[in-house]
Design a protein around this ligand. Sequence first.
Ligand SMILES: Cc1cc2nc3c(=O)[nH]c(=O)nc-3n(C[C@H](O)[C@H](O)[C@H](O)COP(=O)(O)OP(=O)(O)OC[C@H]3O[C@@H](n4cnc5c(N)ncnc54)[C@H](O)[C@@H]3O)c2cc1C
Length: 380
Amino acid sequence: MPEQVIVLGGGIIGLSCAFEAAQRGAHVTVVEPHEFGGQASGAAAGMLAPYTENPEQPDPFFHLCAASLRLYPEWLRHIESISGLNAELMNTGSLTVAMHESDLLPLQTRLAWQQAYGLRAELVEGSSLRLLEPSLSPAVTAALFCPDESHVYAPHLVQALEAACRRMGVKLISHAGAITLPGLNGQYGVQVKTAEAGTFTGDRLVVCAGAWACKYAEAFGFPIPIHPIRGQICAFDVPVRDVRHMVFSSQAYWVGKNNGTLVCGASEDVAGYDTSVTERGIERLVRFGPRLLPLLEGLRPIHSWAGLRPATRDGWPLIGPLPGRPDIILAAGHYRNGILLSPVTAAIVADLLTGRKPDGPIAAFAPDRFAGTAARRGVS
Ligand SMILES: Cc1cc2nc3c(=O)[nH]c(=O)nc-3n(C[C@H](O)[C@H](O)[C@H](O)COP(=O)(O)OP(=O)(O)OC[C@H]3O[C@@H](n4cnc5c(N)ncnc54)[C@H](O)[C@@H]3O)c2cc1C
């Protein structure tokens, strides 16, 4: 393990990588321009839903997501015991609902391959469905039940990770302001200059800047095809016992939290780096809710917010060293699944830092997988 690791970005990915690297003996500094967890990670619904998020086939992304879900319970126990904070893991299971005949075929297709793969999943209909989730409208004719999907309270997980990192001796630098990388010209070793918090030098750099990772393309002379996709999301005042499962539909999802809110998300819109909430974005969610969950009739959200998902062209993250620079590792572009993917990303990054071969194949997530086409299209 190299002596000094500098992590750029203090969202869930940066803090997770810092925590795991510190566990393995590195001296780690996390440099965050603003607040820890102040962007996508603090805005997320916290769902750990690899089976719902991968309806098509068991591809490398599905395997990455499934591996991360397997790591979660132990990873969380460890963070919670070191930090003394609770990230509120709730093993509720999920229901993906069908309201029309045409909704059923994709669910049956998904059920077939996921069962063949050995996952616990079943199609529930009629009175069995009402018994399982009484809050659903009679308009819901069937649902795919995945008992092994769960969720955390993302803002609390970020706080727990931050506290655990601090306990592990990680230096946490927030409100560092603008960051530049003047010392990249030497063969190895990095220098990170900040507007507000001074300069840091290290042996290795891990770039976890979420939707802002693309801003380093020029410094690295390497395209980083990540762009922000805004997610608008809201919460209703609904006791957790009233909606027992995570509910997914083609239009929205609903997740009941321990604090008595039912979180409903989320829009996917292109708005650059604008994190404001629009009436249109939230009204669509509000209007659709009662069709599935009659208890939402007449309710207004008590809170609405937005975050920027770091999206890539294929929806898969970029995890790995930059070509020709093994001292610079990219871990960004986790799009809709960064909360789910935090433990597996941290494990891969820590393996790369220690020269250990990561457990699963990671070539599918190589940062240079778009390099040819990106250069042709001028993407940076
Ligand atoms: C509404 C919504 C709901 C979501 N729900 C879920 C969910 O249920 N489950 C799930 O798994 N995922 C979910 N996601 C996705 C998840 O939130 C993201 O994939 C994840 O938070 C990405 O983490 P990150 O640390 O890479 O990015 P971020 O949390 O955005 O962190 C990046 C950090 O980099 C900092 N930064 C900015 N500029 C620079 C710079 N130049 N240098 C260094 N750092 C910089 C930022 O200030 C920020 O703190 C959701 C996202 C949204 C928006």
